[in-house]
Design a protein around this ligand. Structure first.
Ligand SMILES: Nc1ncnc2c1ncn2[C@@H]1O[C@H](COP(=O)(O)OP(=O)(O)O)[C@@H](O)[C@H]1O
Ligand SMILES: [Mg+2]
Length: 157
């Protein structure tokens, strides 16, 4: 597990950017990341930095896809898919949004409010938890979602 204290949004942006770059350099395959944490904890801020690290054009302004559920951005040979499943009411709706088709080697997916996917036993490659500390900093912990995976050690060499 990797734990980082982020004292401002720039630090969270930088963490996202670092991880985006590392995925391009070290992993070169589809990756799924769960973003867990309350409203305002910094999930979308992380995705903004992550997109930059993956080389998504700065012409896109990234916000939570609360109403459209999924936003896609070209990122070189990959497509970055940013999901917000807060409004999803049933697992059947996952089919409507074509979730299964996103799981391949061309998509990098980041999911806010991912709980509903745990109901179908979907296993993310990486789990990130955002928590507030008593000074309103964010404590960001990053773990592998797959037992025995060396993904986290590759990302934080
Ligand atoms: N350390 C920090 N990391 C991330 N965001 C922070 C931090 N400190 C303050 N903020 C602010 O908190 C808010 C986080 O919002 P957002 O990233 O949309 O959260 P979420 O997607 O988890 O609801 C932003 O307004 C951001 O500027
Ligand atoms: Mg958000």
């Amino acid at each position: 597990m990797k734990t980082i204290k982020s004292q401002n949004s720039e630090q969270t942006l930088h963490l996202g950017e670092y991880m985006g770059k590392k995925i391009l350099e070290e992993i070169f395959q589809g990756v799924s990341i769960a973003l867990n944490g309350e409203l305002g904890a910094g999930k979308t801020t992380f995705v903004q930095g992550f997109a930059k690290g993956l080389g998504v054009s700065e012409k896109y302004y990234i916000t939570s896809p609360t109403y459209n559920i999924i936003n896609e951005y070209p990122a070189g040979v990959f497509t970055l898919c940013h999901l917000d499943l807060y409004r999803l009411e049933s697992v059947d709706e996952l089919e409507t949004i074509g979730f299964d088709d996103l799981i391949d080697d061309t998509h990098i997916i980041v999911v806010e409010w991912p709980e509903i996917l745990k109901r179908i036993s979907f296993k993310f490659d990486i789990e990130i938890n955002f928590k507030f500390d008593e000074h309103y900093n964010r404590i960001i912990s990053i773990t592998s979602g797959q037992p025995g995976s060396n993904l986290i050690s590759k990302l934080f060499l």
